[in-house]
Design a protein around this ligand. Sequence first.
Ligand SMILES: Nc1nc2c(ncn2[C@@H]2O[C@H](COP(=O)(O)OP(=O)(O)OP(=O)(O)O)[C@@H](O)[C@H]2O)c(=O)[nH]1
Ligand SMILES: [Mg+2]
Length: 303
Amino acid sequence: MELLSKLKNAFKKTSDIIAKVIPGKSTISEEIYNDLEDALIQADVGVQTAKLLIEKLKSKKISADISVEDVQRILAEEISELVRPYECNSLVEEFDKGPRIILVVGVNGTGKTTSIAKLAAQIKSAGKSCLMIAGDTFRAAAVEQLKCWGDKLNIEVFYRNESSDAAGLIFDGIKKAQEEKIDFVLIDTAGRLQNRDDLIGELEKIKKVIKKLDPSAPHHTILALDGLIGQSSTVQTEVFFNRIGIDRLIVTKLDSSAKGGMIISLTQKYKIPVLAIGIGEGIEDLQKFSAEDYSKALVGFYD
Ligand SMILES: Nc1nc2c(ncn2[C@@H]2O[C@H](COP(=O)(O)OP(=O)(O)OP(=O)(O)O)[C@@H](O)[C@H]2O)c(=O)[nH]1
Ligand SMILES: [Mg+2]
């Protein structure tokens, strides 16, 4: 229950956009449908998806006498249906044998390092061992940031103070994890803009190096997306999807975003499961993505 109310608060900015269209209305008119469509677009669900949702809503042949809750409930059900295929198991739930090697990528400041710490905390509390590799050798403070999380969580961080070669460091870190039979390896990487061809190329090299040690790895390549920028993250997703081959999304900062609808359009377009959503800066603020909870929170419907 506490989780749901956190989610509810996190999505308040988005759900307010939708809720304010229909307060106190007892009948649903073409005008309200139009306003709802606009609200959905504002919440960044995407124009096509917004149109689709309104069509679905209309096809329900709901009576003219309708409550706000009815509209919210039906919308939540429709949204849930769209995103349900993109729910997935948490890393720990799908664990078979270690080391499970997880690479986290994304543009600058999207929440990669923080999300790695949050995931590591979940892995630890499930009783599995974990090594975090400070593969962001680009920014001096990046290693310190991950070490700081490692100290707080009492989870080992593999790092070098001065290293220009991220791939070499990552290779050595994975080797150590294999030797020590550690269950999970979480690899942090430097933020890189999708239009920096050289930096995207470096990630391709990192993936190749990882495969030398385990041809089945990385077992997941997670793209961290900033929930604040909403649908604009499509441009980023496109490049990482095509060049690096991502297979999980983490959408962060949804607690302060009014664009929570982005998850619908992104999943429909790229068909990538959402591993988790970030709803705050605290270590516990990374939630498993639940289609039902997300949809209800997005439209502000709670039964
Ligand atoms: N409110 C909120 N803040 C978040 C969330 N996730 C991350 N942050 C904050 O966003 C900022 C950037 O997070 P980082 O984890 O450093 O992002 P990064 O992708 O590693 O950044 P670079 O390494 O510089 O590319 C930090 O201040 C985090 O505390 C979230 O879900 N909600
Ligand atoms: Mg970072």
